[in-house]
Ligand binder design. Structure first.
Ligand SMILES: C[S@@+](CC[C@H](N)C(=O)[O-])C[C@H]1O[C@@H](n2cnc3c(N)ncnc32)[C@H](O)[C@@H]1O
Length: 211
C-alpha cells in the first residue's frame, strides 16, 4: 500500500463516475490530449487506465504510475488494451521513480488537481523530461470568471475529502508556466457543457515544453 496516497473509497468509486464522462466526450478529450505524445512516455496517476487505448503509434513505450492499489490493479488489467507496450507501477508525482531527462513525454490527465504538492510534482516532471520533451495535459482548473472561481473555492472546503484529494480551484494553468514550461498550445473549454456547470467544468487540454 502507498501510504502517501490512500483513498480506497474514491478508488472504488472512480471507475463508475468516470464511465459517464467517457461516454459524453472524455474519450475524445483523451485522444486530443495524447495526440502529440511520442517516444518513451511516463503517465502520472494513470487511474484505471482510461488513457491506454488512446496512445498513438508515435509512442514506443508507456510507464504508467498509479499510487492507489485498487486503481493500479485495474490499470494492469487495462494495459493490454493499448496499441503500445504499457507497464504499470507504483509511484507518486512528487518523487518520480525515473532518471533525469529519461522520458520524451510526460502525460497528466485529471491528476494535477489531486497531487498533494503541485510545485514539487511539476519540478519532478521537468527533471525527468529530456530537453525538448513534451508535457501533455488534460486537466480541470480554476475558472477565469471571478464569481465561478469563488464558488469553486467554497466547494474546495469539502471536495478534496470526498474526491481523493482533488481540488477544483487549482490554478494549474498558471502553475505549469510558473514551473518553467512554455505553453505551446492550450484549449480552454467547459465540460460537460450546459447551463448549470459542475464545479469541475472549466477544463484545459494542451501541450507544454520545458524552457
Ligand atoms: C481523478 S483520478 C484520474 C485518473 C486518470 N489519470 C484518468 O485520467 O482517469 C486522479 C488520480 O491521481 C492519482 N493521484 C493522486 N495523488 C497522486 C500523486 N501524488 N501522485 C500520483 N498520482 C496521484 C490518484 O490515485 C488517481 O488515480
Amino acid at each position: 500500500m502507498n501510504t502517501e496516497v490512500n483513498h480506497p473509497r474514491f478508488a472504488r468509486m472512480y471507475p463508475k463516475l468516470a464511465a459517464w464522462a467517457e461516454e459524453h466526450g472524455a474519450q475524445e478529450h483523451r485522444a486530443e490530449s495524447l495526440a502529440p505524445a511520442t517516444g518513451r512516455v511516463l503517465e502520472i496517476g494513470a487511474g484505471h487506465g482510461l488513457n491506454f487505448p488512446h496512445y498513438p503509434d508515435t509512442v514506443t513505450e508507456v510507464v504508467a504510475l498509479e499510487p492507489e492499489e485498487t486503481l493500479r490493479e485495474l490499470a494492469r488489467e487495462a494495459a493490454p488494451k493499448a496499441r503500445v507496450p504499457v507497464t504499470v507501477s507504483d509511484g507518486v508525482a512528487e518523487r518520480l521513480p525515473a532518471g533525469d531527462a529519461s522520458y520524451d513525454t510526460v502525460v497528466c490527465s485529471l491528476v494535477l488537481c489531486s497531487v498533494r504538492d503541485l510545485p514539487t510534482a511539476l519540478a519532478e516532471i521537468r527533471r525527468v523530461l529530456r530537453p525538448g520533451g513534451r508535457l501533455c495535459f488534460y486537466e480541470h482548473i480554476r475558472s477565469r470568471s471571478r464569481g465561478f472561481a469563488a464558488y469553486q473555492c467554497a466547494v474546495d472546503l469539502v471536495w478534496p475529502h470526498i474526491s481523493g484529494g482533488c481540488r477544483v480551484s487549482r490554478r494549474t494553468d498558471r502553475a505549469i508556466p510558473g514551473a518553467g514550461f512554455t505553453m505551446k498550445h492550450v484549449r480552454h473549454f467547459r465540460f460537460p457543457p450546459g447551463r448549470n456547470p459542475a464545479p469541475t467544468a472549466p477544463f484545459m487540454i494542451g501541450l507544454a515544453v520545458p524552457e
